[in-house]
Structure formats: structure tokens, C-alpha cells
Write a protein that binds this ligand. Structure first.
Ligand code: NAG
Ligand code: NAG
Ligand code: NAG
Length: 440
């Protein structure tokens, strides 16, 4: 982070806070557009929202505290297909704030919900017919009229479901993305992308459909999709074959024929049984500027210029040392882990997770990278994180960890970067860590 602050001799990230989300596995992490709110979703269908405390004398930067917790999704059963529908929250997206309340979309495999989160610190008192305890008075006993008044009460944050967008996805929803027109959003599953109006729940438009006429011909699935940050007609979707398609909704109602196809030619020397599996894209994110997009595959992060389809402009190896371990990672299913990736506020640094609760940052300008660890043992508030190093053959140096002792059960799939500040949120299995750059 110090790179961003202009000091070049070392990177410093200090531990700020550790938030335990009791027992449930975190499945998504998302800041709102100003970074003051941070929402997490978990496997149990719960959404927990944290709020950044206002700056005070002791700390120059606010920490995050729980603001609201609510049950977004419940387990359901699809009787037609005899399938259980998990309550796990796959994605959360904030809507730009328009009034005092906050709105967010949350989705599990099948159903998207729009939630309103609002504050209440006053309550009406002194009704003529309603008593304080909720009982109603006999109107005949009312002899004088009074004017109800608002009395202050302890701040209450309420979450209420506003809309439920259901029955439009046959397969599992992997992405939702709010359009820059602030009126529509998209949802993507394994084979289709749908477009919704935020006000209309009983109808969506299918804008991509890659389902083959015969399911036996299926060779590719959609893995992620996102709207361009400022061109409301443009969106991208990525696939299990490592390609990204950019679509223009002005061209046709059904965007099956993409406007651009981004794909890196395969290096014939690297072909193996695992080539296709590890090239599957687990996440795609536009830069804030809208000029680039970033994709994450199993071993790397790639940055693409929207004006160049033939190859990425930058490639960062996340954990290249795992290339020789793909066989065992296939056997223990880790090779199918879906790592996400994120940009910092001005697109100069990107971040993504790895195993052993390591996460990686890549400074694009300086071509520097760093490995850090989210762990309770070495995290005292305000302590500076020591960069970690994995030894890749040869003699292991002091402080290095060997590839064979990495713990593949500890993984960081979900990370988020505060849009305006050097604060990051990193989710290990059921803990959330907040880090900030040291200079603040
Ligand atoms: C990003 O912002 C930091 C200040 O926070 C600045 O030092 C750095 O040069 C910026 N990078 C780019 C690419 O604009
Ligand atoms: C994010 O949340 C904060 C805290 O309530 C709010 O002040 C801010 O306006 C929100 N930002 C956006 C862009 O929604
Ligand atoms: C091929 O493998 C080498 C290392 O074995 C790696 O550096 C290179 O990036 C790979 N090429 C592609 C296109 O993945």
C-alpha cells in the first residue's frame, strides 16, 4: 500500500480489525460505493452489514462495526425437480444511494431479492385510538383529541424485502450486476444472462443463451458477468473455456453474437489434462475507469484492454508454484475453487486470494507484488503485516514456507477494496479481516 502513498522502499499493510461472523462460511463481501458500508453474505443465507465508524481522536480512520444483520434467504425445496435450493448468498450488489435508505440486491442460486435498509430513531406517540401498548381504545371513550408526536428512541436499523425476482433461472446464478442506468441489472447463471428492471419482478429479458439444443453438446458454461461501469449498453461475460465476450445490447435484443471476444492463444508447451480446467475464469471485473477488465483464472490474474482482444496487456502469476501440484489439487477438488479479484480505488493495484489464507497484491505501475497472510495468530491491532514468501524448490530460506506445507483448506476466495481509501476486506472461511495501509 505504501506504493500508493508514494513511499517506494517497502510495502506496509497493517492489521486493523478482525470481525468474527460466528460459524457460517462467508460467501461474498462488498463495499458500498463510498466504502462506508461493507456487506457480507454467508452460507446460512444471512447478510451482515458493517458500518465504518466516524473518525475520532484516538484513531484517524474509522473501524467497522455491525450495522445490521438479517436473514436474506431461507432453504427451499424445488418439488418439481426434487432439489434442495441452498440459502447460501452467492452475490451482493449495492444500488447507488438515492435517499436516506440503502438498497442492495442479494442472490442465492435461484432467487434475487432487493432489500431496503433504513434507520429509525423516532417513533410516533399519542394516537387517539391506539394505546402505547398497541391496544385499541373504544372511540366512545375519546373525549378530547390530541396530536400525535414523534419521540426520539434508540436508533434502529431495519431491513425489509422490497422485491423478489424469482423463477427466471434454471441453473445456478453466479453473478448479478447493477447497470449504470440505475434502472436495470443483469443476473447470470451457467447458461443464460437475464436483464431485469429493478421495479418489475414478474418479467425479465433473456439477453444471452448459450444452451445447446442438445445438452450433450455442452462444452462451455458462463462463469461470471458484469455491466460496464459507465456504458449502460455494454456488458461482459466470462466462460469456463477462458474466454470473455463483450456484448452490446444496442446491436440486438439477444446478444448471442458478441461484439468482441477476448481470448489468449494457448501456449502449446503448456497443454495438459488440466489446461482447460485452470483456464476457466472465476471472476471478471471492469476497472473503475472502464478502460480495462481483470479476469481471474486458477493460477493467474490478467488485465485486458477493451481495445485489444488478442491477448491480455498484463498477466500476474498468483501461485505459479501450484502448477506442479495440479494433480493433487484435482483430486481434492481445490482446482475448482472460484477465486475472486478486485481493483483498488484508482485501478493502480489489484488484489486476489490464494491458499494458506494468503492474499496477493500486484502494483501495476511498478510491477511489484506482495503476498500477505490473514491470520489471527500474528494479527494484533495496528501491527504491520510481514510479507510472506513461498519457497519454490532449492533451499528454503528462513521465513519462507514450502509449497508442501501450505494448507489448502485455508483459502481466501473473497476480497474487497474500499472504493476511496486504502482499506481492504479479506474473508477467510468464517472470519473477516480488515486491513489498511500503515501511514494512516
Ligand atoms: C493512485 O492514487 C495514489 C494516491 O492514493 C497515487 O499516489 C497514485 O499515483 C495513483 N495511481 C494512479 C495510477 O493514478
Ligand atoms: C454508502 O453508505 C454510506 C453510509 O450510510 C452513505 O453515507 C453513502 O452515501 C453510501 N454511498 C453510496 C454511493 O451509496
Ligand atoms: C506456460 O508455463 C509457464 C511456466 O511453466 C508460464 O510462465 C507461462 O505463463 C505459461 N503460459 C501460458 C500461456 O499460460
Amino acid at each position: 500500500f505504501t506504493v500508493i502513498m508514494g513511499i517506494r522502499d517497502q510495502w506496509c499493510v497493517s492489521f486493523l480489525q478482525f470481525l468474527l461472523l460466528t460459524a457460517d462460511i462467508i460467501s461474498t463481501v462488498e463495499f458500498n460505493q463510498s466504502g462506508e458500508l461493507l456487506a457480507t453474505g454467508d452460507k446460512g443465507g444471512r447478510v451482515v452489514i458493517f458500518q465504518q465508524e466516524q473518525e475520532n481522536k484516538l484513531q484517524c480512520r474509522g473501524e467497522y462495526n455491525v450495522y445490521s444483520t438479517f436473514q436474506s434467504h431461507e432453504p427451499e425445496f424445488d418439488y418439481l425437480k426434487s432439489l434442495e435450493i441452498e440459502e447460501k448468498i452467492n452475490k451482493i450488489r449495492w444500488l447507488p444511494q438515492k435517499n436516506a435508505a440503502h438498497f442492495l440486491l442479494s442472490t442465492n442460486d435461484k432467487t434475487i431479492k432487493l432489500w431496503k435498509i433504513s434507520e429509525r430513531d423516532k417513533r410516533p406517540e399519542g394516537y387517539n385510538l391506539k394505546e402505547e401498548d398497541g391496544q385499541y381504545r373504544d372511540p366512545n371513550t375519546v373525549t378530547t383529541l390530541r396530536v400525535p408526536v414523534f419521540r426520539p428512541m434508540d436508533l434502529m436499523v431495519e431491513a425489509s424485502p422490497r422485491r423478489v425476482f424469482a423463477n427466471a433461472h434454471t441453473y445456478h446464478i453466479n453473478s448479478i450486476s447493477v447497470n449504470s442506468d440505475c434502472e436495470t441489472y443483469l443476473s447470470a447463471d451457467d447458461l443464460r444472462v437475464n436483464l431485469w428492471h429493478l421495479e418489475i419482478t414478474d418479467r425479465s429479458f433473456n439477453i444471452v443463451d448459450i444452451k445447446p439444443a442438445n445438452m450433450e453438446d455442452l462444452t462451455e458454461v458462463i462463469t461470471a458477468a458484469e455491466f460496464h461501469p459507465n456504458q449502460c449498453n455494454t456488458f461482459v461475460y466470462s466462460s469456463s473455456k477462458g474466454t470473455i465476450r463483450l456484448c452490446d445490447m444496442r446491436a440486438a435484443a439477444l446478444c448471442d453474437s458478441h461484439a468482441k471476444l477476448f481470448e489468449e492463444p494457448e501456449d502449446p508447451n503448456n497443454r495438459s489434462f488440466f489446461s482447460e480446467i485452470i483456464s476457466s475464469i472465476s471472476d471478471v471485473k471492469f476497472s473503475h475507469s472502464g478502460r480495462y477488465m481483470m479476469t481471474r483464472d486458477y493460477l493467474s490474474v490478467k488485465i485486458w484492454d477493451l481495445n485489444m482482444e488478442s491477448r491480455p496487456v498484463e498477466t500476474y502469476q498468483v501461485h505459479e508454484y501450484l502448477r506442479s501440484k495440479l494433480c493433487s489439487l484435482y483430486e481434492n477438488d481445490c482446482i475448482f475453487d472460484k477465486f475472486e479479484c478486485c481493483w483498488n480505488g484508482n485501478d493502480s493495484v489489484v488484489m486476489t486470494g490464494s491458499y494458506n489464507n494468503f492474499f496477493r497484491m500486484f502494483d501495476r505501475g511498478y510491477q511489484q507484488d506482495m503476498t500477505l497472510e490473514a491470520s489471527r495468530e500474528n494479527s494484533k491491532p495496528r501491527s504491520v503485516l510481514k510479507p510472506r514468501k513461498v519457497s519454490t524448490g532449492g533451499k528454503r530460506k528462513k521465513d519462507e514456507i514450502s509449497v508442501d506445507s501450505l494448507d489448502f483448506n485455508k483459502k481466501i476466495l473473497h476480497t474487497a477494496w474500499h472504493p476511496l481509501d486504502n482499506i481492504i476486506a479479506v474473508a477467510t472461511t468464517n472470519n473477516l479481516y480488515i486491513f489498511q495501509d500503515k501511514l494512516n
